[in-house]
Design a protein. Sequence first.
Length: 483
Amino acid sequence: MIAKRGSLAVLSALLLIAACSRGGTGCGGAKQTSAVARPAPEDPTGRLEATRREPAKQPWDTAAQDALERAWLDAEFLALEAELKEHESKAAPLDFGDCGGVPAKDCIARRIGGRYDSAWTRAEVRGTAVLLLVFHARSDHEEDTESGNELVVFHGRLVPGPGAALKMDLVSRTLSRVSDAVGTALGRRAVVPSPKDSDILWGIRFEPLAPESFALVDSLPDAWAALVSGENGDVVHEGVPGNRDRWFILKEPGLRMAWLSWSERDGRFEPLPQVTKKRNTYHLGDGNRLYWRPDSESKGYLALGAQEGRGDPYIPVARAGDYASGDSVPSKTAGEIPEQDWSDAERALPEEVRRELATCTWHEAEELKPGLYVARCGCGNPCGYSTFVDVKGGRVSSTFWLPLGVDVRGERVALSTRGSMPIRIVGMFDEREWMVIRRPAGDATELSQGAEVTFQGNQLRLKYPDRRWKDVEEVVKLPERPE
């Protein structure tokens, strides 16, 4: 089990020093000496206290930032040295893979900072002692510049062994609230991810699970498909592009990392900071519960958040072949179109288009170009489906969940993933995937209402609100052909 030091031990000591120095009186009532004002060189905690306020007063003073950085690192390594004297490794070390000759500190920082969500990531190594710093910057609606940021510090020890893989015992971790000034001073030599980096798992922070938690999640199947009741028993419910009724558990065993993905294997991500089990119920992260008894029943039941009862039935995808496939949307009417209170404009639509509209109560149709129509069905806010009908070519598309944009000329559709990132560009009639775009958008943003996606030839003009609630605009070049 990884030891969790409460707040950063060093900063706690600093608060005590600061409190005891007010008014020139020590905590015991004695007159304070000049130890804090002029710390001894071997006292990193004292040096840190003496230097930590200067960068806030002079944010562009590199000398002040350097002094704070040196004192902070010295104090952290001193705390780690004390931990290592008592540490007994009981878990397998984290495996960062082959570094290819890159120094250990750069290898660790790039491996984590180039993969997981952060504002910046930094590693420092002294001997076999390792500090891994992961910084999460405050959003703009968080106005506290003194403690609005999160700094997670991992203490570790390099583990020698055969082969080229770099391995590290994870000794402890802390999460502290820090100032903008501290974040700036410590982040100058860090790995800073680009929002456009397609390798970053935006939304998934580096949070290795405890060995027993990872063993639990690793015992579960990786992919699950929904079941619904049919006339002859349960059938697999596929869902629709943009909102498929599947969920996945993605795992990186070497780092004891796992997270959930909804709709697609590379769909809407959800972190798994912890996994526990009580009897036959697995608690997956914050509120999700999976009831599963594989020894007596092939299907499991997933409850999300505050959902009561056992939840909805799902089957491991590996066993989905044992069930028939159900309709992903309401069955489309065959034969004559049911009589409805059609408007004059709707009666003038081609029969193929009215057939799609007949499947839903609220509907509308639009001719995108001669012979190409979109039939839209509403089911709430936000909830809606669109089906494309090529009257001349006799083609009818799959039903898509809330398209964000339509390329009429190139017959492509931009889709969110259950209203969130990533955005998928797929063929209108063949569903072939052209591109997946994942960006660090605001977690509370419903993309169908907060994003703008416009096709311009073979480019995509994208506008979305980021985590600081600022609109980001960019032009994304699309590939010449599907991937």
